[in-house]
Design a protein around this ligand. Structure first.
Ligand code: GUN
Length: 288
């Protein structure tokens, strides 16, 4: 048996097309501002991709690019101005920030109703409390992929490998909300292969190339690989040893072309959710 591939590129394209249709039918254009501070080269690529995808879907998107020397106080003042701007529905502060700015201060400064990254402690707390709110984009994208895979979530054993604020923790909360029995594993977990072998759903988000081996995968399990790692030879690989996992898994996301494209699609989805909630007041629509 070989695993079915979960095509995130195709699913993201469908999601984006659906968002574009919904936006075209609105009497306003939802606004997104991506804030970039300094010259981190990878951030430059990410920010351009986000801005381009947002414009293509019909958002009023712009990038606020501030110089490397911007003080923390000046950044917080810029964020406060965006919070107060009625045309701005979503604010994303691209990470990493220069070392002299505390990321947690910038994240906490964003109005939780405009926090399309879902990183604000208010949104993290709402998610952990089972309340509606804005959810981090990558876990939201992973939940879409699981829905697309058509796998049973209720009662299933899921393992999330990695406990970051951006992926691991919110991913575990989303799986719990979907009635999975969730294990959060990490670099200090005893017998990680054994824990993994019990799981019907494996989400790998550790940032270590090909750490999850094929023999760790329960036959037929669904594998969501959040990792994107560049090897010395230039190849991009995930956190899962893909070729080894293929004969074991029932379905698996490739890297690239799996979770990656879903992150931007879900940023746009969050921005539309934020715009609709802010402008008409209803509770945020679903999670995935
Ligand atoms: N840097 C790398 N990924 C992300 C992300 O998802 N959001 C933000 N704000 N910065 C990032």
């Amino acid at each position: 048996m070989t695993a079915r591939l979960l095509d995130g590129k195709a699913l993201a394209a469908r999601l984006r097309a659906g968002l574009a249709e919904r936006i075209a039918a609105l009497p306003f254009r939802p606004g997104l501002v991506v804030v970039r501070v300094g010259e981190d080269p990878a951030s430059g690529v990410y920010v351009r991709n986000k801005d381009k995808a947002a414009r293509e879907a019909g958002f009023a998107s712009r990038t606020l690019h501030l110089p490397e020397a911007t003080s923390e106080a000046a950044l917080l003042a810029e964020i406060a101005a965006l919070n107060a701007d009625a045309e701005v529905d979503g604010i994303l502060v691209q990470l990493p920030l220069p070392a002299h700015i505390r990321a947690e201060a910038a994240i906490a400064a964003v109005d939780p109703a405009k926090d399309v990254d879902g990183f604000h402690p208010m949104n993290a707390g709402r998610l952990a409390s089972g309340l509606p709110g804005l959810v981090p984009c990558t876990p939201r994208g992973a939940m879409h992929l699981l829905a697309e895979a058509g796998v049973r979530l209720r009662g299933a054993r899921a393992i999330v490998i990695g406990r970051s604020q951006i992926v691991g923790r919110p991913m575990a909360q989303l799986l719990l909300a979907a009635d999975c029995t969730v294990t959060i594993a990490h670099s200090r977990t005893d017998d990680l292969p054994g824990e993994c072998r019990r799981a019907d759903i494996v989400v790998a988000a550790v940032g270590r190339p090909e750490m999850v081996r094929g023999g760790w995968i329960k036959p037929g399990a669904t594998v969501i690989d959040v990792g994107i790692n560049r090897l010395p030879d230039g190849r991009l690989v995930g956190d899962v040893a893909f070729a080894e996992a293929l004969p074991h898994a029932g379905a698996i996301t490739p890297v690239p072309g799996g979770v990656g494209p879903m992150t931007i699609a879900c940023l746009l989805e969050n921005t539309l959710d934020a715009a609709l909630a802010r402008r008409s007041g209803p509770a945020l629509s679903g999670r995935a």
